[in-house]
Design a protein around this ligand. Structure first.
Ligand SMILES: [Zn+2]
Length: 83
């Protein structure tokens, strides 16, 4: 009956990993159950499959981020086309 606290009060999740700006992994402080944000932005159980997906996401995100930083020097022409 270790998880009785979670049953009564709900899980006490804390962010244990930032995958991307929108995807994070959470672990319950009490029962160690793990959740992750999926691509739809909803929480789902962190299965080994999702861990794999998050690994890939993290890699892509880091790569993208680096590229974005490199190409950031404000391009005023882009602003013309944004509504
Ligand atoms: Zn819990």
């Amino acid at each position: 009956m270790k998880h009785i606290h979670c049953k009564v009060f709900g899980h006490d999740y804390e962010v244990t990993r930032h995958v991307t700006a929108h995807v994070k992994e959470y672990t319950c402080k009490n029962c160690k159950e793990q959740l992750t944000t999926n691509v739809n932005g909803t929480l789902t159980k962190l299965t080994p499959k999702f861990k794999e997906i998050n690994d890939v996401l993290e890699r892509i995100h880091r790569k993208k981020h680096r590229v974005r930083l490199k190409t950031t020097p404000a391009n005023p022409e882009l602003l013309v086309f944004s509504h």
